[in-house]
Design a protein. Structure first.
Length: 92
């Protein structure tokens, strides 16, 4: 879901984001709905209007959630790398 949020933020379009991520528009739309319902505030704002007036954008809460998720990923990678180095030293 983080990839979907990032791609929506970069492209400003749910359709383009879905295409880039090789998923159907309806699947992407459903994921956005699930994310929006799962948080106190919506993460993505969708505008109707087709290719000309329509679009999608991350809300301030969406930016915050995506940032926190990416920080957690980075912390997890560092923790795993540290423990992996310790484990490798114990191998014969």
């Amino acid at each position: 879901m983080a990839q979907l949020l990032e791609t929506i933020g970069r492209t400003g379009s749910l359709r383009v984001a879905a295409d880039e991520l090789k998923m159907s528009y309806m699947h992407a739309w459903g994921l956005v709905g699930t994310m929006n319902r799962g948080f106190r505030d919506p993460l993505v704002e969708l505008s109707r209007g087709g290719a000309v007036r329509g679009g999608a954008r991350l809300t301030a809460r969406g930016e915050e959630v995506l940032g926190l998720y990416r920080e957690m990923e980075a912390e997890a990678r560092r923790a795993v790398a540290s423990r992996w180095r310790r484990l490798r030293r114990l191998l014969s």
